[in-house]
Structure formats: structure tokens, C-alpha cells
Design a protein around this ligand. Structure first.
Ligand SMILES: Cc1cc2nc3c(=O)[nH]c(=O)nc-3n(C[C@H](O)[C@H](O)[C@H](O)COP(=O)(O)OP(=O)(O)OC[C@H]3O[C@@H](n4cnc5c(N)ncnc54)[C@H](O)[C@@H]3O)c2cc1C
Length: 438
């Protein structure tokens, strides 16, 4: 199996990049085995890159990079048991289409479906809904190639299955994933404006008003835009797309305004407010599940995301809002995305044994220009720690093993398993080394 030299890899947000010594696109398990053999002989790190949608450097390496882009096939589909088995390199959008054609669907999805199924599973891909765990929870079997080249199948009854279910890519190479689906469904979504304090004071009522509730807070204002989606039998009535409003105003003009605001930062609170006013009219539409779960994410951005215990949601957000009011020199882009997931029992899932609220903080890079975000990031990290929060594994954070063992009762056990399955640490890059060192 020959590798390509000189490949340049960067993540979607163009915040991290690398030049692997060799880049491989294997087409079979035998070829992956040969790459691992070569890596073991030459003492090289091997990272599988999905499609590089992680905002952190979790997929980067200067040693050997593997893409499973050619290993993206459907392996089995059982329309009766509603189960599907696919190769790890399959993109989630391709899987959505295959499932739809077979009258099936994934129960929950996040904002996009561009990523590979293995990449999504590795980092704990989530959507929203207090009764819906992260996507990993629905996985019933994973086929893993270990550093030694041995292939192991982990399923519900296997020891360590709950470790393999969210593995950060450091236990082995995911060859295939089997997922429990549900019958294809439509979602009826309503978008409506509200006041942050009002939603927080009746959070239970809002989150239980729909299967999938999320909201976007516009910092420097007390406004939120709520999205409430539930399964429905109503006829299709998709959201109307307006090139002028959604693309010209919502993207091109906004990027230009945020660029101008890198010179005149006092403009940012006004931009946030105006965009809330322009886009907060009430809307209601019905579409296929994945068309409603997903939306256009066009802006290159830095992202910080964590889970906190659900009951801490109001505490975190009200403290953050007050801090922003007390620090008028800190000006930040909208929006803060607030989502929810049901607790699970996956060893290092950010929702391990904890009904959770996800807080996604972003800072755009208009035309690639960096805008200062240090204080805003630091405050969010401080609040995450105060609330016993856990970072999203795909996003940048400063946590190390000494922090993580306090948050994850099974972190030591996970690390011990990692050392057993990958004794020469060929799956560990700098990003993961930070997580597993004190
Ligand atoms: C615009 C945008 C929106 C997003 N929205 C959400 C969201 O709503 N919810 C959410 O949870 N996340 C979200 N993310 C984060 C994103 O979903 C994850 O980072 C993502 O799932 C990564 O998938 P990937 O295929 O790009 O993998 P990569 O980022 O390339 O890799 C991620 C990790 O998986 C490992 N890996 C990949 N494939 C394999 C394999 N076959 N075997 C072993 N290890 C492997 C890599 O080595 C790396 O450690 C978003 C990201 C972007 C850019």
C-alpha cells in the first residue's frame, strides 16, 4: 500500500493544519493492516481523518494520515429490525439518503451531516432533545482494527463496548458501525423569539414542549431564538429559502459587517441586535427529519463547546450574561447555541450519567480574519469548571487527565484500556496526548 507524500490537511474551520509524511486512502481491511504494520515498524503515529470537521486538531498528524473515503459502503440493512451496518468512512448525509430510501432514519442529528459516521462517533456527535441521547447511544456494534492489525467486534454484550462507543479514535480504527434506527419521520418545527430569562425560568416547560428543543442566544441582548421540533404526520411544507434574506443578508452582508467590526468593535452588539430583529419572525415548517435537524453552517469559526448538568443551565447563562454586561469592552458574535441531551452510560461521553445542556460558543473569522476571543473563552472555561462541565471532544479545550478523572468516573479505566489496546501509542497525536497526560 503506497502512501502519498506532500498532502496538506486542514480542518474545515481552517484553524488547524498538518503535512503528514504519508497519506493513504485504503480500499480494504488488508490495506489498512499493511499501513499499521508499516507504522509499527517505523514507529509512526497513524491518524484516521474523517473529513476534518472537528474544530480542534484531534485529526492531525505529521506522521501517517489515513482517509477511509473509499471505504464508505453500505454493508447490511435490516428494514424489519431497523438496523443498518455501514463502513466507517461513510458520510452521514449519504447514510441519511440510504435510510430514507429504506423508510428508516437516525433518531437524532446535529447541525450538519457532512462528517463521516466514524468521525462523528469518535467525538460524541450530538443533536438536541432532553429525551434523546447522543448519536453514539444508538450504535449497537463496532468493528475495530487494533494497532496490532487484529480485528475485534464489540457489541452490546461485549466487555469494553461502552468504552469503544466513544473512543476519540485512540483505541483502534473503526471499520464498521451498526446503528439502531427508527422508521423514517418528518419533523414539524416552529421557530419563535423569546426572552432568555423567561425561557430559563420555565426551562422544563420549553424543553418538554417538543421532541427536539434548542435555542440561540444573541449575546449583548436578552433575546433568544427558539427552535421546537416534533415528529408529525402533517404533509411536507419545507422552510422557504430566500436567497436575498438567507444568503445575501444572512451570510455575505453579515460577514462583511463582522469584518468591519474587527476595526470598530463597538458595532458588534448592534449587529447582533439587528440580526435578531431581522431573523426572529415566527416560522413553522414540516420536512424530512434530517432536513430539519441540519442547517447551513457557512461561517468559518472558532468553537468552544461543553456540557453542563441540565440543572446548571440557568446558573451558567445568567452568570455569563451578567459578566458580559459588566465587561463592556468584551464584544462577542451571536449566537450561543444551547442544546440538550439525555444521559447515557458511555464511559467518556460528555453526557455520562448526566442529563446535560450543551453550550456552543463561537467566534467567526470574517474573511479569515482573527478576532480576539481570549477573555470570552476564559470566562466560558471558568463557568464550565464551576458547573462541573465537560468539553466536547471535537472542540478546543485545555483539560488534561488530572481534570478529566474528576469528571469521568471511568476515565482511568478508559486510559488503561487504551494502553492495553495500543501499547506503542500509535493512535496518539498531540491533541490526544494533552488529554491523557497530567
Ligand atoms: C459546521 C459544523 C457543525 C457541527 N455541528 C455539530 C453538532 O451539531 N454536533 C456535534 O456533536 N458536533 C458538531 N460538529 C463537530 C463535528 O460533528 C465533529 O467534529 C465530527 O463528527 C467530526 O467528523 P469527521 O468525519 O470530520 O472527523 P474528523 O474531525 O476528521 O476526526 C475526528 C476524530 O475521529 C477520528 N476518526 C475518524 N474516523 C475514524 C475511524 N474510522 N477510526 C478511528 N478514528 C477515526 C479522528 O482520528 C479524530 O480523532 C460540527 C462541526 C462543524 C464544522
Amino acid at each position: 500500500m503506497n502512501g502519498i507524500r506532500g498532502k496538506y490537511f486542514e480542518n474545515w474551520a481552517r484553524t488547524y493544519w498538518c503535512r503528514p509524511a504519508l497519506y493513504f486512502e485504503p480500499e480494504s481491511q488488508q490495506e489498512i493492516k499493511e499501513i499499521l504494520k508499516l507504522a509499527n515498524e517505523n514507529k509512526k503515529v497513524v491518524k484516521v481523518a474523517g473529513i476534518g470537521h472537528s474544530p480542534s486538531s484531534i485529526a492531525c498528524t505529521n506522521d501517517y494520515m489515513v482517509s477511509l473515503i473509499k471505504m464508505d459502503h453500505l454493508l447490511e440493512i435490516d428494514a424489519e429490525k431497523l438496523k443498518v451496518k455501514v463502513e466507517g468512512g461513510m458520510r452521514v448525509d449519504k447514510l441519511n439518503d440510504i435510510l430514507y430510501d429504506n423508510n428508516m432514519a437516525l433518531s437524532v442529528l446535529g447541525s450538519i451531516s457532512d462528517q463521516t459516521i466514524a468521525g462523528a462517533i469518535c467525538v460524541g456527535y450530538h443533536g438536541t432533545g432532553t429525551q434523546f441521547p447522543i448519536l453514539n447511544f444508538y450504535v449497537t456494534e463496532i468493528e475495530l482494527m487494533l494497532a496490532s492489525g487484529e480485528i475485534r467486534t464489540y457489541a452490546d454484550s461485549s466487555d469494553d463496548f461502552k468504552a469503544v462507543l466513544c473512543s476519540l479514535g485512540c483505541l483502534g480504527i473503526i471499520l464498521s458501525v451498526t446503528i439502531q434506527c427508527e422508521p423514517a419521520f418528518k419533523l414539524d418545527q416552529t421557530e419563535f423569539p423569546a426572552k432568555l430569562e423567561d425561557v430559563l425560568s420555565s426551562l422544563d416547560a420549553y424543553t418538554s414542549s417538543a421532541n427536539h428543543f434548542r435555542m440561540l442566544w444573541y449575546p449583548h441582548t436578552d433575546h433568544v431564538l427558539c427552535y421546537a421540533a416534533s415528529r408529525t404526520d402533517k404533509p411536507l411544507n419545507p422552510r422557504k429559502f430566500s436567497w436575498f434574506k438567507d444568503r445575501l443578508v444572512g451570510f455575505y452582508l453579515l460577514e462583511f459587517l463582522f469584518y468591519i467590526a474587527t476595526f470598530f468593535t463597538f458595532l458588534i452588539p448592534y449587529i447582533n441586535l439587528v440580526y435578531f430583529k431581522v431573523f426572529s419572525d415566527r416560522k413553522q415548517y414540516v420536512d424530512r427529519s434530517y432536513n430539519v435537524f441540519n442547517f447551513d453552517c457557512l461561517f468559518k469559526q472558532h468553537a468552544f463547546e461543553c456540557t453542563i448538568p441540565l440543572k446548571e443551565t440557568a446558573h451558567y447563562l445568567l452568570k455569563l450574561k451578567t459578566w458580559l454586561e459588566d465587561n463592556p469592552s468584551v464584544r462577542v458574535h451571536f449566537g450561543v447555541e444551547i442544546r440538550f441531551s439525555k444521559k447515557d452510560d458511555i464511559w467518556i461521553s460528555p453526557c455520562y450519567e448526566q442529563d446535560s445542556c450543551w453550550l456552543n460558543i463561537l467566534m467567526f473569522k470574517p474573511y479569515g480574519k482573527e478576532y480576539t476571543r481570549e477573555k470570552w473563552w476564559r470566562k466560558n472555561e471558568e463557568l464550565m469548571i464551576e458547573c462541573n462541565g465537560r468539553p466536547h471532544w471535537a472542540k478546543t479545550h485545555n483539560m488534561r487527565k488530572s481534570d478529566l478523572v474528576k469528571l469521568y468516573p471511568k476515565f482511568e479505566q478508559f486510559d488503561a484500556l487504551r494502553k492495553k489496546l495500543d501499547p506503542n501509542e500509535i493512535f496518539i497525536n498531540d491533541c490526544l496526548r494533552q488529554i491523557f497526560s497530567n
